[in-house]
Design a protein. Structure first.
Length: 243
């Protein structure tokens, strides 16, 4: 029998504490597959954020360093400047990238550091208890309240913002919702890594993800929820490309 699919080399098989229905592991798989196909997995260094991303420790066979909350982009900057031949990535949540770490994230992009920032956007603080984040939708419930624009402002569209900066080479938003979206997301990650490797430029890929636990939505209903509520606010696509 011909084998048509298997666990990619570089996924360790370690158990994680991701919740049922979470799509973080799909993102991890796509990153590993892209690095494998480029022959760069042993040459990559991953700067992990505080948050649900910490659950990916040990899941992949990639050199990893743990950053403080919101500081992944700053840590990645230091690593990249000292190791310009390495593929340097961050793996962050929307709270880490756009709330606690907004200064580091924005200035890393504006300087055009030679890093690839991957942000999992599930519109909530996951690991810390379901608090409101920068990307929480208008009217969405969180453990710290319901987003009201007149009080908390609107969801933060970071990709659109840095897509208008001069320095970044590649900026895109994908989704981890279905096979169609996964194929698109993988191509975005591949382009981002190539932009860093071949052009020496900053790349950003935002990946829309499920969070059934903190949304209070059953996993089987998440796709419909996202198509109705998330995609109109966070459209997928490329906002800047160097190719």
């Amino acid at each position: 029998m011909e084998k048509v699919y298997g666990v990619p080399e570089g996924m360790t098989g370690e158990k994680t504490s991701f919740c049922a229905g979470c799509t973080h592991m799909l993102a991890q798989k796509l990153i590993v597959e892209c690095l494998n196909e480029m022959g760069e997995r042993d040459n990559a260094i991953l700067s992990l954020a505080i948050g649900c991303s910490m659950n990916s420790v040990g899941v992949t066979d990639i050199h990893t360093i743990q950053a403080s909350h919101g500081r992944s982009a700053a840590v990645a900057t230091g690593i990249s400047r000292m190791n310009p031949d390495k593929i340097v990535l961050t793996y962050q949540g929307d709270g880490d990238t756009m709330s606690i770490g907004i200064a580091e994230s924005l200035h890393t992009a504006n300087r055009g550091e030679k890093v690839t920032v991957i942000t999992i956007n599930n519109q909530i603080y996951g690991m810390t208890g379901g608090q409101m984040s920068a990307t929480t939708l208008v009217g969405q419930k969180s453990t710290t309240g319901v987003r009201k624009p007149e009080l908390m402002g609107y969801p933060f569209n970071f990709a659109e913002m840095i897509g208008n900066l001069k320095a970044p080479g590649y900026v895109a938003r994908g989704a981890l919702y279905s096979p169609k979206y996964l194929m698109q997301a993988k191509e975005m990650i591949r382009k981002a890594l190539r932009c860093q490797k071949e052009k020496g430029l900053y790349s950003y890929v935002e990946l829309l993800s499920f969070c059934p636990t903190n949304w209070g939505v059953a996993p089987k209903d998440c796709l419909a929820y996202c198509e109705e509520n998330v995609l109109p606010v966070f459209p997928v696509g490329e906002f800047k490309t160097c190719f």
